[in-house]
Design a protein around this ligand. Structure first.
Ligand code: PMP
Length: 290
């Protein structure tokens, strides 16, 4: 039996779920999405993902046409239909089909779909030994141009940086703000460990407010590790003891080199390792059951 997806209100085989070439999600990247994970038949932070999706939609004045409860239930239904214990879940709401102009008022109904599948973002070896990254020349979207809290379907800014990363033989690129402050990577937030405390950039600089980032901050507080939200220049990265990235797909991944320069000991550090263990434990014990 093939993969079932939820598409505009119904479960169907993936082959049957096709969008119009007039869909503004496709024509203009007009829409919002979420990437969610489930672990051992529990969806991690489903409420927070729904809140963020509806906040993104509201910021672009997109009516998803479903309530948070209906969409959450649809996520659980899709997971059950595919008998997936551990999954990556993509929830997408586009402006829907319209005409060839930009005007969203011409799009009568949002296109809403859910795909539940597996994801492997980075090779296992990088979790064990740490990942090298580069600093991208592409700067992160300025918050005055696109509110970073909107997880929109338009990822070209990040894709340009990703191309730079892969051309340089690395998997990830760090993006700076227009003013030159450390913001985030193409699909992950960034943390430094310095003198026993965690430092991560403040959201106002243009990073997405990460749900994994939030979970890590909570874990750190439980462990009595101080967390600072601070604007940093790239020079600060090289004074850190440890560095790691957080994201739904990536979870927590150590970074050991930036632009070929070593961070800390050049190996994944003890704080990163402890946070990873606590994070994995949290994913197994919490979340909406299905
Ligand atoms: N920044 C960007 C640009 C992202 O796309 C993501 C999600 N992949 C993140 C950060 C991490 O957010 P979360 O922990 O909520 O997945």
């Amino acid at each position: 039996m093939g993969l079932k997806v939820f598409f505009n209100g119904k479960l169907m085989n993936r082959e049957m779920a096709t969008v119009s070439i007039f869909d503004h999600g496709l024509l203009y990247g007009d829409g919002a999405f979420e990437g969610i994970r489930s672990y051992s038949r529990r969806v991690f932070r489903l409420k927070e993902h729904m809140d963020r999706l509806f906040a993104s939609a509201s910021a672009i004045r997109l009516d998803i046409g479903m309530t948070k409860k209906e969409l959450s239930d649809a996520v659980l239904l899709t997971l059950k239909a595919n008998k997936l214990d551990d999954s990556y879940i993509r929830v997408v709401a586009t402006r829907g089909p319209g005409d060839l102009g930009l005007d969203p008022r011409k799009c009568r109904k949002a296109t809403v779909f859910i795909i539940t599948d597996k994801i492997k973002l980075y090779p296992e070896e990088l979790y064990e030994n740490g990942m090298p990254i580069i600093i991208s020349k592409t700067r992160r979207n300025h918050p005055l141009c696109i509110d970073p809290r909107i997880k929109s379907l338009n990822y070209l800014n990040n894709i340009l940086a990703k191309i730079e990363a892969t051309s340089a033989g690395t998997e990830e690129a760090l993006m700076l703000s227009v003013e030159g402050y450390v913001v985030e990577c193409t699909g992950d937030n960034i943390f430094l460990v310095k003198g026993g405390r965690l430092i991560t950039p403040p959201g106002e600089l243009g990073a997405l407010e990460g749900i994994t980032q939030d979970a890590v901050i909570e874990i750190a507080k439980k462990r009595k590790i101080k967390v600072e939200r601070k604007a940093m220049r790239p020079g600060e990265l090289f004074k850190a003891d440890e560095c790691f990235l957080t994201g739904t797909a990536a979870e927590i991944i150590p970074v050991v080199k930036i632009d070929k320069k070593r961070i800390g000991s050049g190996k994944p550090g003890p704080v990163t390792r402890m946070l990873r263990q606590d994070f994995h434990a949290l994913t197994k014990r919490t979340g909406a059951k299905y």
